[in-house]
Design a protein. Structure first.
Length: 93
């Protein structure tokens, strides 16, 4: 159900072309505008579920994998101290 209204000015030629396409497809002008907007969004939005996007996200997250090694059962309590110590050691290099 459509609940939102959006209005903009277009040239006479663009409006005529949209109306002509609506008549050709036997659709309302609103339906043609919806189709055009949906198609444009699908072309311009990154495909969040695509393999390429997943690889990019994984590569970005992989930089943090293994940052704090296990072996200390109380590490969640001492994480702040461990991170600060690790950052201090890195900055001393």
């Amino acid at each position: 159900m459509k609940t939102e209204v959006y209005s903009w000015r277009v040239s006479r030629e663009l409006k005529s072309g949209l109306e002509r396409e609506a008549r050709r497809r036997k659709l309302s002008l609103s339906a043609v505008l919806d189709l055009a907007a949906i198609e444009w969004l699908n072309r311009t939005e990154p495909e969040s579920g695509s393999d390429a996007e997943q690889h990019r996200l994984h590569a970005s997250a992989a930089k943090a994998f293994g940052s704090i090694a296990g072996g200390d059962p109380s590490r969640s309590v001492n994480v702040r101290k461990a991170v600060r110590e690790r950052l201090r050691r890195q900055s001393d290099r």
